[in-house]
Design a protein around this ligand. Structure first.
Ligand code: ZN
Length: 133
Protein backbone atom coordinates (compact mmCIF):
# COMPACT_ATOMS: atom_id res chain seq x y z
CA UNK A 1 0.00 0.00 0.00
CA UNK A 2 2.93 2.39 0.40
CA UNK A 3 4.56 3.19 -2.92
CA UNK A 4 7.86 4.89 -2.10
CA UNK A 5 9.85 6.77 0.51
CA UNK A 6 8.39 10.23 0.00
CA UNK A 7 10.95 11.93 2.19
CA UNK A 8 13.13 11.63 5.26
CA UNK A 9 12.50 14.23 7.96
CA UNK A 10 15.56 15.47 9.85
CA UNK A 11 15.37 17.71 12.91
CA UNK A 12 18.01 20.46 12.90
CA UNK A 13 18.86 23.30 15.29
CA UNK A 14 19.89 25.79 12.63
CA UNK A 15 18.55 25.47 9.11
CA UNK A 16 21.03 27.83 7.44
CA UNK A 17 24.02 26.11 9.03
CA UNK A 18 22.67 22.68 8.12
CA UNK A 19 21.93 23.68 4.52
CA UNK A 20 25.63 24.41 4.02
CA UNK A 21 26.35 20.73 4.56
CA UNK A 22 23.59 19.47 2.27
CA UNK A 23 24.30 21.99 -0.49
CA UNK A 24 28.03 22.55 -0.37
CA UNK A 25 29.27 19.19 0.85
CA UNK A 26 26.68 16.79 -0.58
CA UNK A 27 25.82 18.93 -3.59
CA UNK A 28 22.04 18.79 -3.23
CA UNK A 29 19.80 21.57 -4.48
CA UNK A 30 17.44 23.46 -2.22
CA UNK A 31 14.03 23.28 -3.81
CA UNK A 32 12.16 25.47 -1.38
CA UNK A 33 11.54 26.57 2.20
CA UNK A 34 8.14 26.74 3.86
CA UNK A 35 6.91 27.66 7.33
CA UNK A 36 4.11 25.40 8.56
CA UNK A 37 2.58 27.48 11.38
CA UNK A 38 0.40 24.65 12.55
CA UNK A 39 3.43 22.49 13.35
CA UNK A 40 5.64 25.40 14.42
CA UNK A 41 8.29 24.38 11.97
CA UNK A 42 10.30 25.76 9.07
CA UNK A 43 10.90 23.13 6.42
CA UNK A 44 13.53 22.99 3.67
CA UNK A 45 13.19 20.50 0.81
CA UNK A 46 16.14 18.97 -0.99
CA UNK A 47 15.24 16.42 -3.68
CA UNK A 48 17.54 13.44 -4.12
CA UNK A 49 16.73 10.79 -6.73
CA UNK A 50 13.00 10.18 -6.55
CA UNK A 51 12.80 11.10 -2.89
CA UNK A 52 13.60 14.13 -0.72
CA UNK A 53 15.40 15.21 2.38
CA UNK A 54 13.19 17.43 4.55
CA UNK A 55 15.10 19.55 7.07
CA UNK A 56 12.98 20.73 10.00
CA UNK A 57 13.83 23.69 12.21
CA UNK A 58 11.55 24.67 15.05
CA UNK A 59 10.06 28.17 14.90
CA UNK A 60 9.27 28.15 18.62
CA UNK A 61 11.03 26.97 21.75
CA UNK A 62 8.20 24.60 22.66
CA UNK A 63 7.52 23.24 19.16
CA UNK A 64 7.58 19.49 18.51
CA UNK A 65 10.94 19.69 16.72
CA UNK A 66 12.49 21.74 19.56
CA UNK A 67 11.28 19.11 22.02
CA UNK A 68 12.64 16.29 19.86
CA UNK A 69 16.10 17.92 19.74
CA UNK A 70 16.01 18.59 23.48
CA UNK A 71 15.44 14.88 24.14
CA UNK A 72 17.42 13.19 21.40
CA UNK A 73 19.60 15.80 19.75
CA UNK A 74 19.57 16.60 16.05
CA UNK A 75 18.91 13.72 13.69
CA UNK A 76 16.37 11.69 11.77
CA UNK A 77 12.95 12.49 13.15
CA UNK A 78 10.58 10.68 10.80
CA UNK A 79 10.26 8.69 7.60
CA UNK A 80 7.44 9.50 5.23
CA UNK A 81 5.90 6.86 2.99
CA UNK A 82 3.85 7.88 -0.03
CA UNK A 83 0.33 6.50 -0.25
CA UNK A 84 -2.22 6.93 -3.01
CA UNK A 85 -5.06 7.79 -0.68
CA UNK A 86 -4.38 9.04 2.83
CA UNK A 87 -7.99 8.42 3.86
CA UNK A 88 -7.91 4.79 2.72
CA UNK A 89 -4.48 4.30 4.28
CA UNK A 90 -5.65 5.62 7.66
CA UNK A 91 -8.71 3.41 7.55
CA UNK A 92 -6.55 0.39 6.77
CA UNK A 93 -4.17 1.25 9.64
CA UNK A 94 -7.13 1.52 12.00
CA UNK A 95 -8.42 -1.89 10.90
CA UNK A 96 -4.96 -3.37 11.43
CA UNK A 97 -4.88 -2.02 14.98
CA UNK A 98 -2.11 0.52 14.41
CA UNK A 99 -2.05 3.45 16.83
CA UNK A 100 -2.54 6.76 15.07
CA UNK A 101 -1.23 10.15 16.13
CA UNK A 102 -3.49 11.83 13.57
CA UNK A 103 -7.01 10.45 13.29
CA UNK A 104 -7.62 12.75 10.33
CA UNK A 105 -5.23 13.83 7.58
CA UNK A 106 -3.74 17.28 8.03
CA UNK A 107 -1.81 19.76 5.94
CA UNK A 108 1.84 18.94 5.40
CA UNK A 109 4.64 21.01 3.90
CA UNK A 110 4.66 21.14 0.12
CA UNK A 111 0.88 20.83 -0.10
CA UNK A 112 0.77 17.17 0.96
CA UNK A 113 -1.92 15.52 3.05
CA UNK A 114 -0.19 13.78 5.93
CA UNK A 115 -0.83 11.71 9.05
CA UNK A 116 1.56 10.26 11.61
CA UNK A 117 1.51 6.76 13.05
CA UNK A 118 2.55 6.21 16.65
CA UNK A 119 6.11 4.83 17.06
CA UNK A 120 4.77 2.33 19.61
CA UNK A 121 2.98 0.63 16.70
CA UNK A 122 5.86 0.88 14.21
CA UNK A 123 8.82 -0.55 16.12
CA UNK A 124 10.19 2.81 17.13
CA UNK A 125 9.98 4.82 13.92
CA UNK A 126 7.80 7.90 13.63
CA UNK A 127 6.09 7.04 10.34
CA UNK A 128 4.35 9.69 8.27
CA UNK A 129 1.90 8.69 5.59
CA UNK A 130 1.84 11.21 2.79
CA UNK A 131 -0.46 11.76 -0.17
CA UNK A 132 0.53 14.17 -2.94
CA UNK A 133 -1.43 15.18 -5.99
ZN1 ZN B 1 7.53 14.86 6.77
Amino acid sequence: MVTKVDHIGIAVSNLDETLKFYKEVLGLKLEGVEVVEDQRVKVAFLPIGDTEIELLESTQLDGPIAKFIEKKGEGIQHIAFRVESIKDALEEMRQKGIRLIDEQPRYGAGGAQIAFLHPKSTHGVLVELCERK
